[in-house]
Design a protein around this ligand. Structure first.
Ligand code: SF4
Length: 389
């Protein structure tokens, strides 16, 4: 049986951040117990279907998983252990909001088996944090990191965002410096993506908040990120992710390598044994499904071999190590060079791509124009599909 990873979605938040379009809800704290029981029921139902698989990683994401009590996280982890086999070195991550952490809940999460904490710090500037609707201050983020260390977390990630309304390159440098001073094992630096329909999108459109930084400033911020992370011992291993040696996020690498994963909880997606499916995003619809002992009914499209090939390439190129060409050929019985002959030749000759052992990867220059490279790969793929079809 395939070894898999497990994602557990906790869709609770204290309040919605202004930029957020994730599946999460404010004001549902009174329903926490019911939700936890539904997730445990779903884990059992999925294990009954897929068998007692070995797990290489577990990831509590959200939403704000740290709105659950230590006892609730323990109940979920007990169910995971009952239904699956946790590999001895399994990475068990949890996302945490600095505004929700206490010494006691951190100790309880650690005692329940969580061994990696990912703190949603976003910025070390209180004005910017308030502007994007975060519930915490920079001081609370620093305190949360210190409390996490005290509670025994020796694998800490800090999530940061740049390109925020009105943010200067100097402000971003200061945030990154303050974050690095906390000595996390891992850093995720995401450029803000304005999602249509969010309050921040509306505010920017209506000119009701500071303007977004222009491309030149974003470029300067990218340069600051590259320099400060390198100087402080973090290896860039994925577009937005940096890690100290041996501290890459194993769970996220599963997604980028297109390895199998099971997702439980509201709106969670799965890809196991070649089956792709996802849970309802509607609160009542999810609870109804899980409480009745059913598992996901929604499947994702036709799950075509062509789509998987394309996805393998897209996801793999996000990583600095690139795509494993030998595995690609083994899984699809065709070489990437035969699927994208023109683009790969042009990119390689133009210094955007290179082969390293069995990997095909973007060069540093290629990484800087990744979106353009992906568009070219998509265009060649589409025109080949049309000709074949
Ligand atoms: S805490 Fe995270 S999931 Fe919740 S609203 Fe903010 S960004 Fe969204």
């Amino acid at each position: 049986m395939q070894v898999i990873s497990l994602y557990i979605h906790i869709p609770l938040c204290v309040k919605k951040c202004a930029y957020c379009d994730f599946a999460s809800f404010a004001g549902r704290m009174a329903h926490r117990d019911r939700y936890v029981q539904a997730v445990c029921r779903e884990i059992r139902a999925q294990a009954a279907f897929f068998g007692k698989r070995s797990l290489r990683s577990v990831f509590f994401g959200g939403g704000t998983p740290t709105l659950l009590t230590g006892a609730q996280i323990r109940a979920i982890m007990d169910t995971v252990r009952e239904c699956f086999v946790l590999l001895p070195d399994a990475e068990i991550s949890m996302e945490g909001n600095p505004g929700t952490l206490t010494r006691d809940n951190l100790k309880a999460y650690r005692a329940a088996g969580v061994n990696r904490l990912s703190l949603g710090v976003q910025s070390m500037d209180d004005g910017l944090l308030a502007a994007i609707g975060r519930i915490h201050t920079a001081a609370q983020a620093e305190e949360a990191a210190a409390m996490a260390r005290e509670a025994g977390f020796d694998n800490l990630n800090l999530d940061l965002m740049y390109g925020l309304p009105g943010q200067s390159a100097a402000q971003w440098r200061e945030t990154l410096q303050k974050a690095i001073a906390l000595s996390p094992e891992h850093l995720s630096c995401y450029s803000l993506i304005l999602e249509e329909g969010t309050p921040l999108y509306e505010a920017v459109q209506a000119g009701m908040c500071a303007a977004l930084p222009c491309d030149n400033i974003i470029e300067e911020m990218d340069g600051i990120t590259a320099r400060l992370t390198r100087e402080n011992g973090y290896a860039h291993y994925e577009v937005s992710n940096y890690a100290r040696p041996g501290r890459t996020c194993r769970h996220n690498v599963v997604y980028w390598e297109c390895e199998p994963y099971l997702g439980v909880g509201l709106g969670a997606h799965s890809d196991v044994d070649g089956r792709r499916f996802y849970n309802p995003e509607d609160w009542e619809a999810y609870l109804e499904m899980a409480e009745s002992g059913e598992t996901a009914r929604q499947t994702e499209g036709e799950n075509r071999r062509e789509d998987r090939m394309f996805e393998r390439m897209m996801m793999g190129l996000r990583q600095v190590q690139g795509v494993d060409m030998a595995r690609f050929e083994q899984d699809f019985s065709v070489k990437p060079e035969d699927v994208w002959p023109e683009t790969l030749e042009r990119m390689t000759n133009g210094g955007m791509m290179e082969k390293r052992g069995s990997r095909l990867r973007l060069t540093e220059r290629g990484m800087q124009v990744m979106n353009g490279v992906l568009v070219e790969l998509m265009d060649e793929f589409d025109s080949k599909q049309q000709m074949d079809g």
